[in-house]
Design a protein around this ligand. Structure first.
Ligand SMILES: [Zn+2]
Length: 342
């Protein structure tokens, strides 16, 4: 029997979708090292050993610092295009069929990429990733809360002017502490006017109040992370009743210190409360994970078997903002691979 048997083989072959993954955080360490060598003046590690040490985050604040430092390596539309193509390749390698990819547009604009060139890189990258790797990509634009309201304004203004094909969502990420979701409600209203769905990060590193604020002030249709909901039974009920899915990223939570041990991760508690849960990588390149690994964690730590894992894969498709044709195609592929028990 080869390696492609057992639960790992099942997971590897399972058609999947991903809803919470940052384009830049998805870049493999090879890609980041290549960019660092392309732009040595940025002062980031120039060899793999130092790069590995650089990626050993001490806490969430240090992760954000690292993330921001890496952002500064993406300086041209070609850098963005290359990341999209690499992402499509990596998604196909784990049998990913569809992904909603978060692009922090203002960090690319601050790095000097022209607004129209950025939109063009996303449009070409999406088209070429489909042709080369057979994957369907969609875009979520997120505000980095750490850069304040002017950065948020530039994010929504770029979307209003350029909106590439495949744009589906609008979010906010970065640090949460002290970043009031209410301050961004008007930007999210403008995003909804563009037809973009509201998908803010909330309740990753702070409490349930941030999730309530995201629902009430930002009209959240899905919540990035949202794991703090386990501390508030009334919020769990609200999420379950309204069918608001959470984008849960187990390895990310351990790597940033948002959760101290995987056995304490609230994934199972959320599912048991009837909350819609999807499995995601967040920043697979930075965290050394991939979508298969996250499904393996769900099996190894929480005891989910093949039927439950297939159901998680279906939930990601159902909770996505993909068009009807993509949704029904991927769901049919999952059903053919893992027929639902009667
Ligand atoms: Zn995220």
């Amino acid at each position: 029997m080869g390696a492609n048997t057992g639960i790992d083989g099942f997971i590897a072959g399972l058609p999947k979708a991903e809803l919470h993954v940052h384009l830049q955080g998805a870049a493999s360490m090879d890609t980041v090292l290549r960019l660092s060598q392309r732009y040595p003046e940025a002062g980031l590690p120039q060899d793999m050993e130092s790069m590995l040490a650089f990626y050993r985050f001490t806490d969430f604040a240090n992760f954000i610092e690292t993330y921001v430092a890496v952002s500064a390596l993406i300086r041209s539309a070609d850098d963005v295009y290359d990341m999209v193509i690499d992402f499509g390749r990596d998604l196909a390698a784990v049998n990913g069929r569809y992904a909603e990819v978060t692009v922090t547009t203002d960090s690319h604009l601050r790095a000097g990429i022209a607004p129209d060139a950025l939109a063009d890189a996303l449009t070409r990258g999406r088209r070429d990733a489909r042709a080369r790797s057979g994957v369907e990509l969609a875009w979520v634009y997120d505000i980095d809360g750490g850069f304040g309201l002017p950065s948020g304004e530039r994010t929504i203004a770029w979307a209003e002017r350029h909106l590439p094909e495949g744009s589906v969502g609008f979010g906010i990420g970065g640090p949460e502490a002290g970043i009031r979701r209410d301050d961004y409600s008007d930007m999210f209203r403008r995003a909804r006017d563009l037809g973009l769905h509201s998908v803010p990060h909330a309740g990753e590193t702070v409490g349930p109040d941030q999730i309530w604020a995201s629902i009430d002030a930002l009209g959240a249709e899905r919540v990035g992370h949202g794991i703090a909901a386990v501390r508030d039974p009334r919020l769990l009920d609200a999420l379950a009743e309204r069918g608001i899915p959470l984008e849960v990223c187990p390895t990310s939570n351990i790597r940033t210190g948002a959760v101290s041990r995987m056995a304490e991760h609230p994934l199972a508690v959320l599912r048991d409360a009837g909350v819609r849960v999807t499995l995601n990588t967040d920043d697979p390149g930075m965290f050394g994970t991939d979508l298969n690994r996250e499904y393996a964690v769900a099996h190894e730590v929480f005891g989910l078997g093949e039927a439950d894992l297939a159901e998680l894969a279906r939930e990601s498709v159902r909770a996505s903002f993909a068009g009807h044709d993509v949704k029904s195609r991927v769901l049919a592929e999952i059903d053919a691979y893992a027929p639902a028990s009667p």
